[in-house]
Design a protein around this ligand. Structure first.
Ligand code: HEM
Length: 143
C-alpha cells in the first residue's frame, strides 16, 4: 500500500472500528457456519446473544486484531510485524478447524459491512481491496 492508500484505510476504519458488536453480528448473520465454530455461541439464536457480554468480548478481540494490523499498514518496516500477526492468526485458528473458505467468508462479510457504512469511493475501495489481498496472502501462506 502507498502511504495515501494506508491513510484511506486508517481514516475510514476509524469511523467504524468501535462498532465491534455490529461487525461481528454482520459476519455471523451472513455466515452462520462461522458462528457455529464458536463453542459458546454454536446452536444459539444470534439475536438473543448479540447483546451479551460474551458477544461483546469476542467482538472486541476480533475487531481489535484488525485495528492492530491496520495500524501497521503503509510502512515497509512493518511488513514483518504484519506477517507475524497473520501467522499468529493462522496458528491460533488451525486447531479450531477454521478453513480458508471461512476466512474468505469473513472477508466478504467485512467488505459488505464497510461498503454499507463508510464512504466507499473508488480510491477507498481500491485501498481496502489491496489491504485485504495483501494480508490474506500472508494469512493463507501461513495456513
Ligand atoms: C478467537 C473462530 C476468524 C480473531 C476465536 C475462537 C474461535 C474462533 C472458535 C475462540 C473463541 C473462544 O475463546 O472460545 C473463528 C472462525 C473464523 C474466525 C470460525 C472464521 C472466519 C477470525 C478473524 C480474526 C479472528 C478473521 C481477526 C481479524 C480472533 C481473535 C481471537 C479469536 C483475536 C481471540 C484470541 C485467540 O484465542 O486467538 N476465533 N475465527 N478470528 N479469533 Fe477467530
Amino acid at each position: 500500500l502507498t502511504t495515501e492508500q494506508a491513510d484511506l484505510v486508517k481514516k475510514t476504519w476509524s469511523t467504524v472500528k468501535f462498532n465491534e458488536v455490529d461487525i461481528l453480528y454482520a459476519v455471523f448473520k451472513a455466515y452462520p457456519d462461522i458462528m457455529a465454530k464458536f463453542p459458546q455461541f454454536a446452536g444459539k439464536d444470534l439475536d438473543s446473544i448479540k447483546d451479551s457480554a460474551a458477544f461483546a468480548t469476542h467482538a472486541t478481540r476480533i475487531v481489535s486484531f484488525l485495528s492492530e494490523v491496520i495500524s501497521l499498514a503503509g510502512s515497509d518496516a512493518n511488513i514483518p510485524a504484519i506477517q507475524n500477526l497473520a501467522k499468529e492468526l493462522a496458528t491460533s485458528h488451525k486447531p479450531r478447524g477454521v478453513s480458508k473458505d471461512q476466512f474468505t467468508e469473513f472477508r466478504t462479510a467485512l467488505f459488505t459491512y464497510l461498503k454499507a457504512h463508510i464512504n466507499f469511493d473508488g480510491p477507498t475501495e481500491t485501498a481496502w481491496t489491496l489491504a485485504l489481498d495483501t494480508t490474506y496472502a500472508m494469512l493463507f501462506s501461513a495456513m
